[in-house]
Design a protein around this ligand. Structure first.
Ligand code: DX5
Ligand code: ZN
Length: 217
């Protein structure tokens, strides 16, 4: 199966955001991945609601919003209103993950849960039916352009087993350090969605790069 590609705008030129979004519109990307960081859950601050709204005005692809924030429940409705179609919260940031995921679905969004590199996929056993998307962080969240963590392959395989065993329909998304060097192996291991920031936006021809990732298999 060909993967869904989600370019991460964190690596784009924020001073030319409209052009960057139009570039993604013209590519074979399936989603636009938007990283929201609060400077508390992760040691960086990226963008917030007004920027998500601005992206939405130009986007022709669904917005896959990755919330790297504490207490995400406070903002779910507002991110939906800003244009999110997928909302992903961090396992490590939620005290009542079941409630949070149900709230996301009740907003008519796809509900995602992201796991930091140190968080075992087995912790999702009792919640996997309430999840549309599991985002495996293949770097420590907070910054683009980091080195891919190889242990991610084992996590994909274990997560795939859990999904098959339980009959869950959750998709597996990989976020961090994705490039042509690992994309085929990630898809082979069971990844459905590949997020890529620097690899796409620093390439000479980003549209071609998206399309190459898409056609990796
Ligand atoms: C990291 C973010 C990623 C990041 C990926 O915290 O969640 O989405 O933009 O960037 P690259 O592909 O450059 O590692
Ligand atoms: Zn992300």
């Amino acid at each position: 199966m060909r993967p869904f590609i989600a370019p991460s705008v964190l690596a784009s030129d924020f001073a030319n955001l409209q052009q960057e979004i139009e570039m993604i519109n013209k590519s074979d990307a399936s989603y636009i991945h938007v990283d929201v960081m609060d400077g508390v859950f992760v040691p960086n601050i990226s963008l917030g609601l007004p920027v998500v709204e601005a992206i939405k005005r130009h986007a022709e692809k669904p917005l896959d919003v990755h919330l790297m924030i504490i207490d995400p429940d406070k903002y779910l409705k507002r991110f939906k209103e800003a244009g999110a179609s997928h909302i992903t919260v961090h396992y490590e940031a939620c005290n009542h993950l079941h409630r949070t995921l149900h709230e996301i679905r009740s907003l008519d969004c796809k509900a995602g849960v992201a796991l930091n590199p140190h968080t075992p996929v087995e912790l999702l056993k009792d919640i996997i039916h309430d999840v549309d998307l599991v985002c495996l962080m293949s770097v420590n969240p907070g910054f683009g352009g980091q080195t891919f963590i190889e242990h991610t392959y084992t996590k994909i395989e274990n997560l795939k087993k859990l999904i098959v065993q339980t009959g869950s329909k959750a998709q597996i998304e990989i976020d961090g350090g994705v490039s042509m060097a690992n994309a085929a192996a990630l898809v082979e291991a069971g990844a459905d969605i590949l997020v890529a920031g620097n690899f796409i936006f620093t390439s000479k021809n980003p549209i071609e790069t998206v399309n190459k990732l898409k056609n990796i298999k």
